[in-house]
Design a protein around this ligand. Structure first.
Ligand code: UT7
Length: 332
């Protein structure tokens, strides 16, 4: 059996916001942002929503896979910034695509969301419950960001990325002898450290309550240094564990596609794993941190740019609020 990605797609808002634009909002500088994060600009929604971006990314992925919407079995949207609490974004996407036979639901694992969706879909496909799945990471973080907080507003951007996964009964062997498809996955969560990166929803409120509950600030709060420490320690350890589990070493991997949160985090992971940084594709400089969307957008860019060859082995690894983290190993 082979479970592999046969189509990728992405959708980004048109509006580009540069570091120079941010200099006009908060006390910061292009030099500081570039040096500390690697980000030069990000895309910010001028009306696009999580569901419209997700639907567009899905259309592009389906088109590449050569599939019609009514052939889709499962849609999982990973997001932490949906425009509605109900219905879920995946059902909005189902409607927008006309994927009337699909089962659709959302999943929230913040920046690890796409990876968790990939692993969830993989488990469904492995068991034969479904034959294919559209998985999406889509975010409009610009509405959750406090544009007066220079510690966070410089980092985040909006966008969506999608992948279409298919199961086939036969093994597909690439010319380099590797069997195509999903090989190994690893996921973890550290809920005890959750409040280092948080964003409040509505406080408890009902007709029978005694007293009122204080509303928390509705914006993203982050202890950047704690997240940084977590990521630089946990991500390389998780990748190493996933490779150990698969009986491989870093030398067996062609590309390490990491959640694009900060160039320095990616460089630190490369150093800890003793892998050349050239094997860590990056696009953070032009789109910033789009949480669950970063990995699929990067994957789509690499795929459409012809930089992925059949038989390449990829490690996808994400980390973020929760705190959550994970890694997946697959052959293209
Ligand atoms: O998807 C997962 C989400 N989050 C992350 O991955 C975030 C991980 N963390 C980071 O990327 C980094 O911690 C940040 C980029 C957020 C911050 O970089 P840092 O090197 O950890 O800076 P810092 O928080 O230690 O701050 C250093 C200084 C402080 O000034 P003082 O106290 O030394 O005078 C900050 O007030 O830099 C100041 N600062 C800024 N200065 C200019 C913080 N933000 C800015 C800014 N512009 N935007």
């Amino acid at each position: 059996m082979t479970i592999r990605i046969t189509g990728t797609g992405s959708a980004l808002p048109e509006k580009r916001v540069t570091n120079f634009d941010l200099e006009k909002l908060v006390e910061t500088s292009d030099e500081w942002i570039q040096k500390r994060t690697g980000i030069a600009e990000r895309r910010i929604s001028d009306g696009d929503t999580v569901s419209t971006l997700a639907a567009m990314a899905c259309k592009n992925a389906l088109e590449m896979a050569g599939k019609a919407a009514n052939e889709v079995d499962l849609i999982i949207v990973a997001t932490c910034s949906p425009e509605l609490l109900l219905p879920c974004c995946a059902c909005q996407v189902q409607d927008a695509l006309g994927a009337s036979d699909a089962v659709a639901f959302d999943l929230n694992a913040a920046c690890s969301g796409f990876l968790f969706a990939l692993n969830t879909a993989n488990a469904y496909l492995q068991t034969g419950i479904y034959k294919n799945a559209l998985i999406v990471g889509s975010e409009v973080l610009s509405k959750l960001v406090d544009w007066n907080d220079r510690g966070t507003c410089i980092l985040f951007g909006d966008g969506a990325g999608a992948a279409f996964m298919e199961a086939s009964a036969e093994d597909i062997i690439r010319s380099n002898g590797r069997k195509a498809g999903m090989e190994c996955m690893l996921q973890g969560s550290e809920g005890a450290k959750g409040m280092v990166l948080s964003c409040a929803e509505r406080a408890v409120n009902n007709a029978f309550m005694s007293g009122t509950q204080t509303e928390e600030s509705p914006y993203i709060h982050m202890d950047g240094q704690e997240v940084y420490k977590f990521a630089t320690k946990q991500v390389p350890a998780c990748i190493q564990q996933a490779l150990d589990k698969a009986g491989m070493t870093v030398e067996d991997v062609d590309w390490f596609m990491l959640h694009q949160a900060n160039v320095r985090i990616i460089e630190s992971v490369a150093k800890r794993l003793r892998v050349d940084i050239a094997r860590f594709p990056m696009n953070i400089h032009k789109i910033g941190n789009m949480s669950s969307a970063t990995i699929p957008v990067l994957l789509d860019e690499w795929n459409r740019g012809g930089r992925l060859r059949e038989g390449d082995r990829l490690v996808l690894s994400g980390f973020g609020a929760g705190l959550t983290y994970g890694a997946s190993v697959l052959v293209w």
